[in-house]
Write a protein that binds this ligand. Structure first.
Ligand code: FES
Length: 195
């Protein structure tokens, strides 16, 4: 019987390994299936992540851009000046014979911050002198329109509620007791011109 040399053993091992490699390698069709499957999985993953992202609230409650639950005991009286709420960038104003309005605290001219001036009973902008009523209505100056306001809902203790109109008019309170005030700083209402 002929003896098997070391070289023949190595060659046999190599042939066996090559045969295994040939068996394990996917065909071109299988390879395309894998690519196609991976692409579909990737697309589905992206779509799912997008849906989840859009369904999450963009802003947290109580931060600018989100909804503020304003306590009723902080609503100013009609004979008091508007209340500044810097964290929400708004003023809460209770206007005699009109009601509650929440004003965006940024001037509609070039973005300075108007201040309430008790002595003159109006907002005055320190930059170019625009002036606005307690309700935010334009009085004079270079501002192109009245102060913007935030969409607001007042919930009364009797269970009824009033939401600010699309025009952003003050919400009549009619002496009713307030349970809470919801201010949506993500929904800014721009008045049409200087009214
Ligand atoms: S920024 Fe207010 S008047 Fe110009």
């Amino acid at each position: 019987m002929a003896s098997i040399t070391a070289g023949e053993t190595r060659a046999a091992t190599q042939r066996k390994a090559e045969a295994q490699v040939e068996v394990a390698a996917p065909s071109r069709r299988e390879f395309l299936y894998y690519i196609w499957g991976a692409s579909i999985a990737l697309l589905l993953g992206e779509a799912t992540a997008g849906i989840i992202w859009f369904s999450l609230p963009r802003f947290k409650e109580g931060t600018f851009g989100g909804v503020f639950s304003f306590p009723p005991d902080r609503v100013p009286a009609t004979d008091a000046g508007p209340l500044n709420v810097p964290e929400g960038r708004f003023w809460v104003s209770n206007v005699p014979d009109q009601g509650l309005v929440v004003l965006y605290g940024v001037c509609t001219h070039l973005g300075c911050l108007p201040k309430w001036v008790d002595a003159n009973i109006r907002f005055e902008c320190p930059c170019h002198g625009s002036k606005f009523e307690k309700s935010g209505l334009y009085i004079e100056g270079p501002a192109p329109r009245s102060l913007d306001r935030f969409s607001t809902t007042v919930i009364f203790t009797d269970g009824t509620s009033e939401t600010m109109s699309a025009a952003g008019d003050p919400i009549p309170l009619n002496g009713k007791s307030i349970a809470s005030v919801q201010i949506d700083t993500g929904r800014r209402i721009k008045r049409d011109g200087k009214v």
